[in-house]
Design a protein around this ligand. Sequence first.
Ligand code: 2HA
Ligand code: ZN
Length: 255
Amino acid sequence: MRKKKIQNSVKKQFKEISEIAGYLWERGWAERNAGNLSVNLTGIYYIDVTKMEKFSVNPLNKTYNNLKNNFLLVSSAGSRMREIPGEPHKYILGLYISGSGRHYKYFGLNKNGKISDNTFDKQPTSEILTHIAYHNLLKKTGSKFRAILHSHPTEIIALTHIKEFTKAKKLNELLFKMHPEVKLFIPEGAGLVPFMDSGSETIATATLKLADKHRIIIWEKHGCFAAEETLSGAFELMDILTKSAKIFFLANNFS
Ligand code: 2HA
Ligand code: ZN
């Protein structure tokens, strides 16, 4: 009975991941392997630690005290959002953080959510450092948020190519002005990280600095990073901001 419930929690997530990955692709926010996601299932999915023994140990860049023995679902490097729907188990891996908070192991899951006996042939997403650091902060602050989503919404990226909107204050003023839903659903506004190398520890640190005040953080000339209770919630934050940016460009054409 318990085993069934355990597997269902991953199966349930696979369903939501498929749905959101499909939206990202349809919106044009996920060219090639763009975008990545993670969900912390600790406390919902009880990992059988004895099954972890066979997987190799990978070092982390620092100690993540709040993620000791945590279990996450993470998208794999190179995975295409357009290919995830229907076959999420081929592209989403399980990631287990050691009891010391200094190492991680990753592994495949079958479509029923059972840990596979084979080593997964793909690596975790290139933005794994930001995902892990963000989940660590969420745990530290006792947040209910479990899901983190990154994608490349076109109009948001375009907006940050305009010099005036590379300042958080100006950018937020515009986003609030263009569409009332922003003030209503994202009253704290968006955080803004200046352009820097993706996949770097620097971008992870800069993102983290804004993560206690913002649920959605814009990466200049790159995309968005959002955290919420669910992936659907994170997607909705991006959807609202992107709609506002889109209205700006449409209205501009007619002024
Ligand atoms: O997952 O979007 O920022 C690929 C990326 C890197
Ligand atoms: Zn990206």
